[in-house]
Design a protein around this ligand. Structure first.
Ligand code: AMP
Length: 174
């Protein structure tokens, strides 16, 4: 979506040398851009019987909450370790260097729930697949995974095969 592409800027070497960071803050600061982005995902899931929208910390939260409201669904946070106050389940995943983890409150969703997972950027897909595993461990169904930006050259879509994945802006190369 051209209107969104124009509102996403590249920040070279952030947060470390060699990474081109996709900065979505111009999109967030633009009423039309924000409405188009949220509206596109709401339209995609409108008839999917979604019961909760899960946002991945932290930029996923920003989009997940208004999408949840528009779908008449709840919002649930998927967070970095040690941030959620109640009992959690946890999944570890591999990064290029080392490992990371995500946590979800053990009562956040339950069997029969239909959950959409939202993040800002899909890179290798490790974060999204880990979020999906957490939701599924609690017996809920992952209806889909929605992101603003897909970095196609990192192969996240292949890793998420079998899930309904929607992205609004795609980059074929770094
Ligand atoms: P991955 O697990 O490799 O798919 O990485 C996805 C997570 O890292 C998302 O939560 C993104 O916010 C963040 N991320 C990875 N690469 C970038 C990038 N180039 N620009 C902005 N955020 C990124």
């Amino acid at each position: 979506m051209k209107v969104l592409t124009d509102l996403i800027r590249d920040i070279p070497d952030f947060p470390e040398p060699g990474i081109v960071f996709k900065d979505i803050t111009p999109l967030l600061g633009d009423h039309n851009g924000l409405q188009v982005a949220v509206g596109a995902l709401v339209d995609h899931y409108r008839d999917a019987g979604v019961t909760e929208v899960a946002g991945i910390e932290s930029r996923g939260f920003i989009f997940a909450a208004p999408i949840a409201l528009s779908l008449a669904a709840g919002f649930i946070p998927i967070r970095k370790p040690g941030k959620l106050p109640y009992d959690v389940i946890r999944e570890d995943y591999e990064l290029e260097y080392g490992t990371d983890s995500l946590e979800l409150h053990k009562d956040a969703v339950k069997a029969g729930d239909r959950v959409v997972i939202i993040d800002d950027v899909l890179a290798t897909g490790g974060t999204a697949i880990t979020a999906a595993k957490l939701v599924e461990r609690l017996g809920a169904t992952v209806v889909g995974i929605g992101v603003m930006v897909e970095l196609e050259f990192l192969g996240g879509r292949q890793r998420l095969e079998g899930y309904d994945l929607i992205s609004l802006v795609q980059y074929e190369q770094p």
